[in-house]
Design a protein around this ligand. Structure first.
Ligand code: HEC
Ligand code: HEC
Length: 155
């Protein structure tokens, strides 16, 4: 009897303790439009909407012809569909909503803070190439999971 109670208790509390910090599991909303996978994940990973505030997403969607050194223009129907979805799931009042000067996730203050310990030479490795290449180190970006337990810096 006592043993069972103890077992139940430890089960409950171990689960609570190991729950990942919610704020770092940005999550990929289930209703991702097909156009987002097709048009916004061909050159890089599909960035989760919760990584940028709505203002930044709209800024990006309004300047796709000048997209970080490339042309990512789209038909108006896809632009409208993707913009609405990004806007709906954009970062709210949490830390990921901090403004970014050029609408990059990688230019935000939280990004610099969280990656303070990553050395300058690491970003230049052939296996990493760019700060924007989240998936080089975060192995579950497709689930919007950036938990530190799932980080591995490649050689
Ligand atoms: C033709 C290729 C291409 C397409 C299509 C494209 N992008 Fe990009 N995107 C880039 C490049 C190149 C960068 C800069 C990457 C770097 O600095 O390493 C970038 C960067 C970004 C960044 C900033 C990453 C950072 O540094 O924080 C966001 C956000 C982004 N893209 C969103 C989108 C969205 C939304 C779409 C679809 C509407 C899209 N991209 C379509 C090529 C593309
Ligand atoms: C060179 C490898 C590397 C790249 C590329 C990288 N990160 Fe990270 N990231 C890390 C490391 C290392 C940490 C710190 C883990 C820790 O706290 O021990 C981290 C931490 C984080 C955290 C905080 C996690 C936590 O549990 O506190 C977030 C959120 C995050 N990264 C998002 C991103 C996003 C989004 C991108 C792409 C735009 C990205 N990272 C690109 C290595 C990387």
């Amino acid at each position: 009897m006592h043993n069972i109670t103890r077992l139940l208790l430890s089960g409950c509390c171990a689960a609570l303790l190991s729950a990942p910090a919610l704020a770092d599991n940005i999550g990929m909303p289930g209703n991702m439009p097909k156009s987002y996978a097709a048009e916004c994940a061909s050159c890089h990973i599909p960035y989760a909407p919760g990584l940028l505030p709505s203002k930044s997403w709209l800024g990006i969607m309004h300047s796709l012809d000048k997209h970080y050194g490339t042309d990512a223009s789209l038909d108006p129907k896809s632009v409208a569909e993707i913009s609405a979805w990004l806007n709906q799931h954009a970062a709210g009042s949490r830390k990921f909503a901090e403004p970014s000067p050029d609408n990059r996730i990688t230019s935000s203050a939280w990004f610099a803070r969280k990656h303070r310990e990553v050395g300058k030479e690491v970003w230049l490795r052939a296996s990493v190439k760019s700060r924007a290449n989240c998936a080089a180190c975060h192995r579950q970006t497709d689930k919007g999971d950036f938990d530190e337990d799932n980080v591995r810096i490649p050689k």
